[in-house]
Design a protein around this ligand. Sequence first.
Ligand code: PMP
Length: 430
Amino acid sequence: MTTNAELIARKSAAVARGVGTRGIYATRAENAELWDADGRRFIDFAAGIAVNNTGHRHPKLMAAIAEQAQAFTHTCFHVAPYESYVALAERLNAATPGDFEKKTMLVTTGAEAVENAIKMARAYTGRSGIVAFSGAFHGRTLLGMALTGKVAPYKKGFGAMPPEIAHAPFPNPLHGVSEEEALRHLERIFASSVDPERVAAMIIEPVQGEGGFTIAPKGFLLKLREICDQYGIVMILDEVQAGMARTGRMFGCEHAGVVPDLITMAKGLAGGFPLSAVTGRADIVDAPNPGGVGGTYAGNPLAVAAAHAVLDVIEDENLCVRADEIGEKIRARLTTIAARQGMECIGEVRGLGAMNAFELVTDRATNAPDAPLTAAIVAEAEARGLILLSCGTRYNVIRLLPPLTIPMEQLDEALNIIEASIEAAVQAAA
Ligand code: PMP
């Protein structure tokens, strides 16, 4: 048997250094559990970064792709289209918020969905400016990284960014940016550097993912909606991480009751198959000329079959309700841990549905970040059989992304590991 250590060595010799990896080489996975090359068993609180919302290898998803594989696996939708793509567009048009005519296009990755949403907004408005937000993550393509509101490691060393992109502050009261201040800053950007009448799109995550699981306040999103309406700006909600039942609603923006013009989705959409989508106002989605958007693999039939199965499972197994149950349990337990003496390192526990995180600080009064402790907790949890992911612009947030199908006893097991890992990391740091 090849071990993790051997694979780590082969990876560093053969694979690009920029492709960051952990030392857990997967050999098999089932629902919320994953086994690695050393035969270790883990509970998976990464779920492929919010992708396996329906768990690893959900039987309905496996059956759907097996059935599709019997018919055909690729024709290219531009060459020989197929009904399942059209049917998925119909389902997404119906599932997304907004009581107006909608259309959908399918692509492959989150970054590609973002790129296409921007292309649609530019074609529709005839403008080129874009407003994004500090701490945002929108992908690693040239435009995706330009929209991303964090320099290192995403933009560093990659040269000039596309022009006419402004970053406004994302409200984060914990770090001293109030909602009002964020809005005032946006007004200043419009007054001093970007003419709002040249802005094609404003793009925002309902809950910042990589940025630290920071929830966009309801009032802020509604105010942005007003500003977009005032200036004729296309409002894009990037639901790549928050979407597909993760937050306890099908889409994160539903918590605020805000209706965007376009929604981008990926990750949880096809349960691990590369598929992303842009859904929104028909006239905006239709703005690019035929041939102006698309791609060879866009809307791959296996991925589309997987997406249909995911949507069925979300419905059949009430995964939005389950996400809330999971989230309540996680937040209650973390809040209890944070209240214990010696646990002052937990600066905040936050989340929506099953998109939860806790922030590690050296001092609760100043909320100064504790990145080393964060890394130590992730390592302790890994040693105890739990895969955790950190995030946050200051590297001090641990995000919890279990599959929404996780059995409750495994959720308890994972929460016990989290408590033990924090204790061990705090003790080691003392
Ligand atoms: N947008 C958001 C909100 C994301 O979280 C991500 C991925 N972390 C992306 C876009 C990019 O998705 P992908 O990695 O599939 O290109």
